[in-house]
Design a protein around this ligand. Sequence first.
Ligand code: CMP
Length: 138
Amino acid sequence: MQRTLSILKPDVTRRNLTGAVNERIEKSDLRIIAQKRIQLSLEQAQKFYAVHRERAFFNDLCDFMVTGPVVVQVLEGNNAVDNYRTVMGATNPANAEEGTIRRDFAESIEANSVHGSDSAENAAIEISFFFSEMEIVG
Ligand code: CMP
């Protein structure tokens, strides 16, 4: 069993697609074992995405992430990191395969509906950014 961090981005909450996206997740053998809807501050968004701070898209990405609430959640399942990345599809929805969350719901590379950890190591760091162990109920 493995855990990964999932974020439903502001384009999802704005369009009332939280349930539709989570239906895809739950139908893919991933269990939502922690969840909260929060409004990120700009400082929190910048801290969360700090690995990208030198990238040209960093400021726009952080600005977008605070345009509305996000839903942060911990997913658990076999091979959860890679499984969820497959379910999400490519970062740029234009390159995402049919049937993936980003292909079907994302608006652009920035408003791309979902975030998922890129490794088990980063998943542990990202999960602890938002959740204490007490809030994770497997
Ligand atoms: P996410 O998985 O949340 O991780 C970083 C985010 O930066 C990514 O999804 C995209 O939404 C956003 N982003 C914007 N432009 C780019 C880009 N050119 N390359 C990669 N990520 C980008």
